[in-house]
Design a protein around this ligand. Structure first.
Ligand code: NAD
Length: 294
């Protein structure tokens, strides 16, 4: 069993660290929020006094932070890479921009450290139940070391390729999700106007060429899929502000690489309107209300 530094014990990182403890690892936890550190300590972690202290003597360091600037702050400015022993493996799980992820890989390599970028899908429920999916970018040896650690926090650990490719997979996947959700919402609203029942459209399209995850598993109207957030007044689930964050990362990457993604751009604009209208903490499927005009 390994000694694992864990930095960023928020909604995702807190339960992920607890699952590492349950798997028998020793965890040295740090977060700027004292109550999050106290919660991890109550679950059996050692409370580290700083981010750098969490990395000292660790075999593996996991980071789960809000955005690229926080990751750079912690790894570079707060001296976490510097504090780690040679050969330490970094598993960077935050959802961040591909460019910063690749920059962090280069900084780790320069310090004789190993790194994978390993963003996740599955949300807070998946973090609590250890059923996250990890999309991993990095070298083959780094992936081989990261896989069993990630497996203690998730149900699937997939090697997406070299440095930054985990982040690339995450934003491409979520761009598909944002676009398909809006398409499904528009079709359901059109069905309403045409006098076609939600359930009938669901029964037909979920078995036809309109079939997709946004319809079959996460249907944005109450009824057809009883577990979808639509049946719970659109409580997340996956908050619209998180969807907007991921769509903006996809647009940033598309611009940087000169890729044209007009449907991704349209989805970003629509989720921007929804979030700016005060719906940031509504589930992302709740955008059907805006499309319907209520
Ligand atoms: P969160 O805000 O709950 O947690 C982030 C934690 O990082 C906070 O506790 C904060 O205090 C801490 N932090 C910030 N700056 C720090 C610093 N300099 N040093 C130490 N700690 C610092 O966010 P979250 O929901 O846990 O999300 C974390 C990451 O996971 C994000 O990148 C998010 O996009 C991604 N993600 C979230 C979900 C979800 O459903 N919540 C799903 C998939 C991916």
């Amino acid at each position: 069993m390994a000694t694992i530094g864990f930095i960023g014990l928020g909604n995702m990182g807190g339960p992920m660290a607890e699952n590492l403890l349950k798997a028998g690892h020793a965890v040295q936890g740090f977060d700027l929020a004292r109550e999050s550190v106290a919660r991890a300590a109550a679950a059996g972690a050692t409370a580290a006094p700083s981010a750098a202290a969490a990395a000292e003597g660790a075999d593996v360091v996991v980071t789960m932070l809000p955005a690229g600037r926080h990751v750079r702050q912690v790894l570079i400015d707060d001296g976490v890479l510097q504090a780690a022993s040679e050969g330490t493996l970094f598993i960077e799980c935050s959802t961040i921009d591909v460019a910063t992820a690749r920059e962090m890989h280069a900084a780790a390599e320069a310090g004789d450290l190993a790194m994978v970028d390993a963003p996740v899908s599955g949300g807070t429920a998946g973090a609590a139940a250890a059923t996250l999916t990890f999309m991993v970018g990095g070298s083959d040896p780094a992936f081989a070391r990261a896989e069993p650690v990630c497996a203690a926090m998730g149900k699937a650990v997939i090697h997406a390729g070299g440095p930054g490719n985990g982040q690339a997979a995450k934003i491409c996947n979520n761009m598909i999700l944002g676009v398909t959700m809006i398409g499904v919402c528009e079709a359901l609203v059109l069905a309403e106007a045409l006098g076609l029942d939600h359930q009938k459209l669901f029964d037909i399209s979920s078995k036809s060429s309109g079939s997709c995850w946004s319809l079959n598993t996460y249907c944005p109207v109450p009824g057809p899929v009883p577990t979808s957030p639509a049946n719970n007044d659109y409580k997340p689930g996956f908050a619209a502000e998180m969807m907007l964050k991921d769509l903006l990362l996809a647009q940033e990457a598309a611009r940087a690489g000169g890729t044209t993604t007009p449907m991704g751009a349209a989805a970003t604009a629509l989720y921007g309107l929804f979030v700016n209208g005060g719906e940031g903490s509504t589930d992302f499927s709740g955008i059907i209300r805006m499309i319907r005009g209520n």
